[in-house]
Ligand binder design. Structure first.
Ligand code: NDP
Length: 282
């Protein structure tokens, strides 16, 4: 049995279509400001992609580039100015930041209503308490991708491998909100293949090329590969291609979760614009 390919490009296009329809009914244009420090090639590429997508939707998008040695205080001052700027709906500081900057301090400086990456503690709390807020783009993208392909998460046994604040932890929260039964595995999990074999839906966000083998996957499982690993100039996922022999559906790398992350950032920017104008109640 060949696994169905869950295309992130196709699902992302559906998100863009929805955004374009919503924009037609608005009297304003959402605006996004992305801050990048230094010239890390991956960060340069990701920021370019986000800016391009935002502009393609007609958003007002601007990228601010600063030298890698920008002092932390200067970055915080810039964020404070953008927080106060009525013209700015979404603020994103591209990670990772250089080591002299305390990332958490920077993330907490962004106004929660402009926090389009969803990393501010207030939004983290809202995710877990069931409230409305801005939530991290990659986990949102995973859930949206599954829904696009008609996967009903309710009551399902879902195993997430990886517990970062960016992917694994918020994804667990979102999956709970979808009534899935969630297991969050990580590097200290005992007998990981035994745990992953329980999954009806398996999401892998580790950062180890081809870690997950065929024997780790239940027959007919749906597998989402979040991993992006650069190996000798190629992009490899965390899931070995042989998994397609047992899974019923699988996301490709590239072309799976990656496009969904950008699409959900665009959606978050629109949500931020609306939340700031109309409030978070409801
Ligand atoms: P982190 O390095 O922050 O977290 C990795 C997680 O994997 C940790 O929880 C770690 O466990 C766990 N882990 C590490 N080794 C193992 C192992 N051998 N077995 C089980 N668990 C393990 O990574 P991120 O969450 O930021 O990213 C994960 C992957 O997803 C990367 O490849 C990244 O490039 C990709 N990514 C892709 C995105 C996209 O848009 N497609 C967006 C964001 C990330 P512990 O906590 O115990 O250390």
């Amino acid at each position: 049995m060949a696994a169905q390919v869950l295309s992130g490009h196709e699902a992302a296009e559906a998100v863009y279509e929805e955004i374009r329809a919503r924009l037609r009914g608005l009297s304003f244009t959402p605006s996004l400001r992305v801050i990048r420090l230094g010239e890390d090639p991956a960060s340069v590429a990701y920021v370019r992609l986000k800016d391009k997508r935002a502009k393609a939707l007609g958003y007002r998008s601007q990228v601010e580039v600063y030298p890698e040695d920008l002092p932390e205080e200067a970055l915080l001052e810039r964020i404070a100015a953008l927080n106060a700027d009525e013209e700015v709906d979404g603020i994103l500081v591209q990670l990772p930041l250089p080591p002299h900057i305390r990332t958490q301090r920077v993330l907490e400086a962004i106004h929660p209503l402009k926090d389009v990456d969803g990393f501010h503690p207030l939004n983290v709390g809202r995710l877990w308490s069931g409230g409305k807020g801005l939530f991290p783009c990659t986990p949102l993208g995973v859930v949206r991708l599954l829904k696009h392909y008609g996967v009903d998460l309710r009551g399902k046994e879902v195993v997430v491998v990886g517990r970062s604040n960016i992917v694994g932890k918020p994804l667990a929260g979102l999956l709970l909100r979808e009534d899935a039964t969630v297991t969050l595995a990580h590097s200290k999990t005992q007998d990981l293949p035994e745990v992953t074999r329980r999954a009806q839906v398996l999401v892998v966000a580790v950062g180890r090329p081809h870690l997950v083998r065929k024997a780790w996957v239940r027959e007919g499982a749906i597998v989402v590969d979040v991993g992006v690993n650069r190996v000798e100039g190629r992009l490899l996922g965390d899931v070995h291609p042989e998994v397609a022999e047992v899974a019923s559906a699988l996301t490709p790398v590239p072309g799976g979760v990656g496009p969904m992350t950008v699409a959900m950032l665009m959606r978050n920017t629109l949500e931020a614009a609306l939340l700031r104008r109309h409030g978070v109640s409801g």
